[in-house]
Design a protein around this ligand. Sequence first.
Ligand SMILES: C[S@@+](CC[C@H](N)C(=O)[O-])C[C@H]1O[C@@H](n2cnc3c(N)ncnc32)[C@H](O)[C@@H]1O
Length: 257
Amino acid sequence: MSDSSGARSIELETIDPSSEFVDQLVFKLSSYLPSFCIDIDEDHLRLCVLHLLYVEQVNHYINLTRITNLDDALVLHILDSLLFLPFIPEGSDTLLDMGSGPGYPGLPLHACSNVSATLLDSVSKKMNVVSVIADALLVSDITCVSDRLETYAKDKAGQFDVVTARALASLPVLIEYARPFLKMGGTLLVSKGLPDESEVSSGLKACSICGFKLVDRQEFDLLHDLGHRVIFSFKVVSKSKVKLPRQNGLARKAPLA
Ligand SMILES: C[S@@+](CC[C@H](N)C(=O)[O-])C[C@H]1O[C@@H](n2cnc3c(N)ncnc32)[C@H](O)[C@@H]1O
């Protein structure tokens, strides 16, 4: 169905949260977590599974993800998002997920922790979907924003404790995007597949320009041979040496490092 602007409206077909099918997926997901030292109760995992099922439902008419096999999606969307969880410093209240797409990793992180989350993507139809799904899940304290990062940063300087990014851009670009949003002492968490060493060394240069320090780097093999992940944790330790945000698009066209 389309509205007067031609945009397709989003109507979710309600999914029974206590169905046997949902139970099975929750059980499967829960069995994956101990190998990654992640401990989350079933109610929170259920929210992650329902989010995934709604994403899959809407994906039939709005392109949100290329991963259509549910078993793979449990690992590649939910588990992959939850890998960030142990890296969120205790006491963090506010999280921004940059380029969140269908809500990864921001929605599972919000569902499984106490952080209030802002999910941002420049493509408004994606954020509309995530907002409708968040309403259906009755998750509060989640804000969906359709904007470019460089524009949103002008209004939200220094407002977040944690910024996350998955599958968005190279390390130096992510570091530049994230810095204006973070408080002093705040944390940037980035997940990467197999970054090459030149990307890492440019990232470290961008880090020192923007006032970050790399504080942790851990590697994980996803289950079922679905890939390798490196989680980088950067902490804001000083002021940026360049004025941020720069003009729209410059971070990608002319990276700082
Ligand atoms: C490959 S998708 C990844 C989505 C999600 N993080 C995930 O892992 O499934 C990258 C997303 O970043 C968004 N994006 C890219 N550049 C952006 C920018 N400058 N500002 C806001 N969103 C951006 C795109 O619209 C896209 O939805």
